[in-house]
Ligand binder design. Structure first.
Ligand code: PGA
Length: 249
């Protein structure tokens, strides 16, 4: 039985004051049966660690360097993340693929670095609207995921989390239907079985992301291959995020 996971991706939002209000609202709630985490900007990790340390809520980052240390201006290493008790690292988000031109190969190197460090990578895959219209969805997500699996299949992949995030659904209000999402999730699970093992495929959590809101979360999360959600816009409001977490329980 895969434990559901719901993760807030705050992107480049938040402030010390606003984050604290969010944490305060959330900390008092009991949602024991799922994994919950929040990914603020790097600069707010110390605050997340301080305020979440004694709670069941994990914290993570939205990116990480594939390098260990050295002359990489502006980058952040896994060891630095460990100093702040980080559990999760989102890797290959479509905004990083499109804005920062991250390739499948770079995403795979980052995933490998995170796995080797013992943190949990959340590897994002997803097609653009044009690719979907051209019937290339499976080809695209398979290429994105398989590049990671091929590089990492000799490492311990039990911590791997995958996020299917159709690019056309991110921040647009257009959500994949539960059937559309389920079809891709099932396909991704099959890829893991073929590339690594059936056992890993059965145990890997595959979350959905893209305009998840309190009113559509329950139906998405009830699909057999959808194991939770990666939440952008709706996670900025603590009350909405809480409703989404409750829908996953
Ligand atoms: P959204 O973003 O929920 O605002 O669509 C999801 C994401 O980018 O992870």
């Amino acid at each position: 039985m895969r434990k559901k996971i719901v993760v807030a991706n705050w992107k480049m939002n938040g402030s010390l004051v606003d984050n604290k209000k969010w944490y305060n609202l959330f900390i008092s709630k009991q949602i024991p049966n799922i994994d919950i985490a929040v990914c603020p900007s790097f600069v707010y990790l110390a605050q997340a660690q301080q305020l979440l340390m004694s709670t069941k809520i994990g914290w993570g980052v939205q990116d990480v360097s594939e390098q260990i240390h050295g002359a990489y201006t502006g980058q952040v290493s896994v060891d630095m993340l460990k100093d702040f008790g980080v559990h999760y690292a989102i890797i290959g988000h479509s905004e990083r693929r499109s804005i920062c031109l991250e390739s499948d190969e770079l995403v795979a190197l980052k995933a490998e670095r995170v796995l080797l460090s013992g943190l949990t990578p959340i590897v994002c895959v997803g097609e653009t609207l044009e690719q979907r219209k051209n019937n290339q969805t499976k080809e695209v997500v398979a290429r994105q995921l398989n590049t990671v699996l091929e590089l990492c299949k000799n490492h311990d992949l039990t911590k791997l989390v995958v996020a299917y995030e159709p690019v056309w659904a991110i921040g647009t209000g257009l959500v994949a239907t539960p059937e559309q999402a389920e079809e891709v999730h099932k396909f991704l699970r099959k890829q893991i079985a073929e590339c690594v093992t059936g056992n890993l495929a059965n145990n890997t959590r595959i979350m959905y992301g893209g305009s998840v809101k309190p009113d559509n979360a329950a139906e998405l999360f009830s699909q057999p291959n959808i194991d939770g959600g990666l939440i952008g816009g709706a996670s900025l409001d603590a009350a909405s995020f809480l409703e989404i977490c409750l829908a996953a329980e």
